[in-house]
Design a protein around this ligand. Structure first.
Ligand SMILES: [Ca+2]
Ligand SMILES: [Ca+2]
Length: 311
């Protein structure tokens, strides 16, 4: 009886251990699944994650809106008019969804203009403003990101924007000084803290004194777009190349056929001709000898008529 109880106890222990191990294992699987999920959502497909720097002091989760335009040459290819950027970790981060039919084969330049700020053109993370001449951004369907914090955006081009910070922009700010954004008809709150105050004025004044204006868009169509159709042409060329590769083996066969028969045939005729020629000279030597003998024989009978002396 004691042995039976012990066996039952052992069986129970094994069962408990089995299920507890199974439980721990499934909990681990859930944890792994949960930790991998945010990574997947971060690298969301068809999204361009942008990081920009805006003049002024901000706190976490401050929001601004900006238009983001895509240029594949001198003309605008597409535009997202209202992209929301959220301040976090010292920069504004915003996600742009690629429009359907977006051509990922082309390089792009980005023109970004936050509300109440001057616009900037970026050919790459490093090349902006006057240095941006040829679009150089390549984006991926699986998702791309660009850190554009090298050039901060200057504030003061109030809505409706005219592409520069001028005296009129400053006069609007002065008119709204001390007013809450909710109480104003025109948004003169540059840093988005809900009030138009000296901070907003000083931001606009700094921009005015630096003649801040939208970056001029003077883009040339990159050479790469004409190069990108070529890659699509090269796949079609490679099938064409494989037949020509098939032809080269046949070209290789014709030389092997050509030399070997002509090489073997030409030696065999020459030896057969040579033996035939060598007998023919030897008979010609013999007649020459016989000719010299016959005249000497004929002369001797002519000597016999000389006995005319008999008369
Ligand atoms: Ca303006
Ligand atoms: Ca403000």
């Amino acid at each position: 009886m004691n042995n039976e109880n012990a066996d039952l106890g052992h069986e129970k222990f094994v069962k408990i251990m089995f299920f507890s191990v199974l439980g721990i294992f499934s909990i681990l699987l859930v944890i792994i699944a949960l930790t991998s999920m945010p990574l997947r959502s971060k690298a969301s497909a068809n999204t361009l994650s942008l990081k920009i720097k805006i003049q002024g002091t901000y706190k976490a989760f401050d929001k601004i809106k900006a238009s983001v335009a895509f240029y594949d040459g001198p003309d605008k290819a597409s535009e997202e008019p209202e992209v929301e950027f959220i301040y976090q970790g010292g920069a504004f981060n915003g996600d742009v969804a690629f429009q359907s039919g977006f051509n990922f084969a082309k390089p792009y330049a980005l023109f970004i203009k936050p509300v109440n700020y001057v616009g900037r053109i970026f050919c790459s993370a490093e090349l902006s403003g006057d240095k941006c001449k040829t679009p150089a951004f390549f984006f991926l369907t699986s998702g791309s990101s660009a850190d554009l914090t090298s050039q901060p955006f200057l504030g003061g081009d109030l809505t409706p924007p005219n592409g520069k910070v001028d005296a009129q922009d400053l006069s609007f700010i002065i008119k709204n000084l001390g007013k809450l954004t909710a109480d104003t008809t025109q948004n003169t709150d540059l840093n988005g803290d809900g009030i138009t105050d000296v901070v907003d004025y000083s931001l606009a004044f700094y921009s005015l004194s630096n003649n801040a204006e939208d970056d001029k868009i003077e883009l040339t169509t990159p050479i790469q777009p004409t190069g990108t159709p070529e890659p699509t042409a090269t796949p079609s060329a490679t099938p064409e190349l494989s037949p020509t590769a098939g032809l080269t083996p046949t070209a290789g066969l014709s030389p092997t056929q050509g030399p070997t028969p002509t090489g073997t045939l030409s030696p065999t005729p020459t030896p057969t001709v040579d033996p035939l020629v060598t007998p023919s000279p030897t008979p010609t030597i013999d007649p020459s000898v016989t000719v010299t003998v016959t005249p000497t024989v004929l002369l001797t009978p002519s000597v016999t008529p000389t006995p005319i002396n008999i008369r």
